[in-house]
Design a protein around this ligand. Structure first.
Ligand code: MG
Ligand code: MG
Length: 267
């Protein structure tokens, strides 16, 4: 069942999403060779609590940490550990926050030191595919239109779209209906209406779309061991159009990235 949100509720989701955005912005300055993912996890937990939020992933389905940290061939749901990040790694950091009874949940894949050109391209294409999907999140369209846009954009570059993990509705629960696959057919699936809030999160592999899971019961990796990227935004439908509730602005400021991509999705 899709839970439709009031404008007031959407503002509360934005408040939680904003804490996530600021947390990722803080982490953008800390991600570097030699740093451990467990260290970054503790920084994030402290930062979130200092901003009157509750880490949204900690304890959810018994997940042990604040952040999902998935380097290189790990796609999502990696568990923070004491292994230092290495020059040339990429790391997907996924973060959730609960505040005022509503969740925010988004993710960014960071470069660690000097990353290969082919890997930078995977990150660029995956991030752009997120915006290609968000453009389709409007009244008159359906879930399949978002998935189609993401899949079409990424497959043109020869990349594999993960099938087993999908985006989702977002609100009082971290994972609500509808499921938002990153693949699909135009005109198929649930219709979009005003008041829907979703997390769109392409998970894109440099090689095959096939996945494997580690014995820890959490970590999802690419089957061929090639890198995978993951970007996620929280988006509401207001007046028929997509409105971003999350922002990469703090990350962009930290990394010196100039982008006007988010301007198209403001109220
Ligand atoms: Mg997430
Ligand atoms: Mg999510």
């Amino acid at each position: 069942m899709i839970v439709i949100k009031t404008l007031e509720e959407i503002e509360l989701i934005r408040e939680s999403a904003l804490i996530v955005s600021k947390t990722l912005g803080m982490l953008a300055r800390e991600v570097k060779p030699g740093v451990t993912t467990l260290y970054l996890d503790k920084l994030a937990e402290t930062f979130i609590r200092d901003h009157n939020g509750i880490p949204g992933f900690l304890g959810l389905y018994d997940f042990p940490n604040t952040l999902c940290m998935s380097p290189n061939a790990q796609i999502v749901h990696g568990i923070p550990n004491k292994k230092p990040l290495l020059d040339g790694d990429i790391i997907s950091i996924d973060c959730g926050v609960l505040k005022n009874g509503f969740y925010g949940d988004h993710a960014y894949t960071f470069e660690v030191g000097n990353v290969k050109e082919e890997t930078k391209k995977l990150l660029d294409v995956t991030k752009q595919s997120l915006y290609e999907g968000i453009k389709e999140l409007k009244v008159g369209n359906r879930v399949g239109d978002v998935g189609f846009a993401i899949q079409d954009y990424c497959e043109k570059h020869g990349y594999g779209i993960v099938r087993e993990l999908v985006g989702h509705g977002l609100g009082k629960k971290m994972h609500e209906d509808p499921e938002m696959p990153n693949y699909g057919k135009r005109g198929r699936g649930k219709k979009f209406v005003d008041g829907m809030v979703v997390a769109i999160e392409p998970m894109v592999n440099m090689g095959t779309h096939s996945i494997v899971q580690l014995e820890d019961g959490w970590t999802i990796l690419t089957k061929d061991g090639k890198p995978s990227a993951h970007f996620e935004h929280n988006v509401a439908i207001i007046n028929g159009k997509p409105v971003l509730l999350s922002t990469f602005q703090y990350i962009n400021e930290a990394l010196g990235i100039v982008s006007n991509e988010e301007d198209k999705f403001k109220l």
